[in-house]
Design a protein around this ligand. Structure first.
Ligand SMILES: C[S@@+](CC[C@H](N)C(=O)[O-])C[C@H]1O[C@@H](n2cnc3c(N)ncnc32)[C@H](O)[C@@H]1O
Ligand code: SF4
Ligand code: SF4
Length: 473
């Protein structure tokens, strides 16, 4: 086993143990050490199951590097500290078992046990066509489904597997081979629990009769609490059916037949108005948790993204819904990805971190030059909005920014980078790539101006850091 020299073995208590026990495979077959890759900052990819098998990835160099960072408490180099509920102290890490604890206490980065918890996105195929998830309906791909089942078998063969989460980039209950696998006894006989994330359209009594011999944790995604709000978002689903299925699974949970039941509510402009109602229904039905999650990215039918566009009016409206539901006092309501607690969304730290996250998507997407320029443009729009709000007093800058955010602002204001981006924009402005020259030219001018303003903000922040007593000028 390799031992990290800087680790103090007497310590052994981590804020998060996931890289020592967990592995996530997303729809691109990229592998991450976290249950939620969007909580990771930059390039958190530790492998890809199209190129490697899971046992090789589990103790590969990338996993080892991340374990070493965690042993040294350097979570912020991988994880978004503004967002992750473990690092924000909103949720405690599940206590690790003795084997994991012993490895952490000994400072091991190569592990002699296998994956304990596997999360697999399987494939994008789904029976619905939700507005924030896809532009059109996508049928399951048989090769992807087969590869996912091979990965699950690989993880089980490593001998330590305790749970499989079918997180699903699509709807696993619409994939017959996956349902057949769960209907068999691989998991129940091996003491392997199952976690299923589902749109609830198929989760009725008949489906339960096929799965009920397993230990099942269920997460249901319902982005609204009325027909008027729910059906235009979850295109293809019927509110009455889903509400009936929600009541049915809540009864399974209350009678102890489900191990847990969690509601995922992805917030976007179109469903802010139902948030308080959803929290009340979750409480009435006795659910374990409701996650009020921020929409990620934007698609043609979402009308942008209230979080990534820093739409303060919509964010304030969401805050009011949460206050109305007394959500901040209720442990079963989780809101961390929305930046709502203590109105973090209004702070400079949150906003700069959002710009950094958008710019950093280039690592997750392995972006080409054009995508990189669009991400950069989006990050600059977030910074421009932030600077406008700072200037009008809507965003407070009294709190010092963490070093990583200062470094990001320096990176944005770097003249070399600005020149490089400007040259590309110039090419766009000359009509290369078939883009509209007028709008490319306007973007170029606007971005130059934003970069100048970022440099001025940076200077102001650096002056304050050098002399914290001095008021910002
Ligand atoms: C992609 S779905 C797959 C599982 C299943 N089909 C479902 O809807 O629960 C997994 C989760 O991602 C959420 N989701 C989809 N698009 C999203 C987006 N743009 N931003 C944040 N969450 C999103 C869904 O609401 C759901 O809770
Ligand atoms: S983002 Fe949070 S949950 Fe994910 S690995 Fe980092 S600390 Fe753990
Ligand atoms: S049901 Fe899930 S996978 Fe299907 S489109 Fe909606 S969010 Fe996406």
């Amino acid at each position: 086993m390799s031992v990290d020299a800087k680790h103090d073995p007497s310590h052994g208590k981590l804020k998060c143990y996931l890289p020592f026990l967990h592995l996530t495979v997303v729809e691109t077959n990229n592998v991450y050490p976290c249950i939620c890759p969007s909580w990771l900052k930059a390039d958190g990819v530790v492998g890809n199951t199209k190129e490697q098998r899971l046992p090789e990835i589990w103790n590969g160099e990338a996993y080892q590097r991340i374990r070493a960072l965690f042993l040294e408490g350097r979570y912020g180099e991988l994880c978004r500290e503004e967002i992750c509920p473990y690092l924000r102290g909103e949720q405690n890490a599940t206590p690790p078992d003795d084997e994991v604890l012993a490895a952490v206490q000994a400072g091991h980065t190569v592990l002699d046990y296998g994956i304990k918890r596997l999360q697999h996105d399987v494939d994008k195929g789904c029976n619905l066509n939700c507005t924030m998830c896809r532009e059109e309906k996508i049928a399951p791909d048989a090769d992807n489904v087969a590869r996912a089942l091979r990965d699950v078998a690989d993880a089980a063969d490593m001998g330590s597997l305790k749970a499989v989460a079918w997180s699903g980039a699509g709807e696993v209950l619409a994939m017959a081979p996956v349902v057949r696998e769960m209907q068999g006894d691989r998991f129940s006989a091996g003491g392997i629990g199952l976690a299923i994330t589902t749109n609830l359209t198929f989760f009725n009594e008949e489906m339960w009769s096929r799965l009920s011999h397993n230990r099942v944790r269920l997460t249901v995604s319902v982005d609204g609490c009325s027909r008027e709000v729910y059906e235009p978002i979850r295109v293809g689903a019927r509110w009455d059916t889903v509400l009936a299925n929600l009541r049915m699974v809540a009864e399974l949970r209350r009678s102890g037949r489900l191990v847990s039941l969690v509601w995922n509510y992805t917030v976007m402009r179109q469903n802010v108005s139902d948030v308080a109602r959803a929290i009340a229904l979750a409480e009435e039905l006795g659910l374990d948790r409701i996650l009020i999650n921020a929409q990620l990215g934007s698609l043609s039918r979402t009308g942008g993204n209230m979080f990534e566009d820093l739409d303060l009016d919509a964010l304030d409206a969401l805050y009011e819904q949460l206050e109305r539901a007394d959500a901040f006092a209720k442990r079963f309501v989780l809101v961390s990805t929305t930046g709502m607690r203590d109105r973090r969304y209004r702070t400079l730290a949150y906003r700069v971190e959002m710009a950094e996250h958008i710019d950093g998507r280039r690592f997750q997407m392995k972006a080409d030059t054009l995508q990189l320029i669009f991400l950069h443009s989006h990050a600059l729009r977030v910074l421009q909005q932030t600077i406008t709000d700072v200037n009008t007093g809507r965003t407070d800058i009294s709190e010092a920014l963490p070093p990583a955010s200062m470094a990001f602002l320096r990176h944005i204001a770097d003249p070399l980078r600005t020149d490089w981006i400007a040259r590309w924009l110039e090419a766009l402005a000359q009509g290369l790539f078939g883009l509209n020259t007028e709008s490319a030219r306007a973007t170029m001018e606007r971005e130059r101006e934003t970069v100048t303003q970022v440099a001025a903000l940076l200077e102001r922040l650096e002056r304050r850091q050098a002399d914290p007593q001095r008021l910002a000028s």
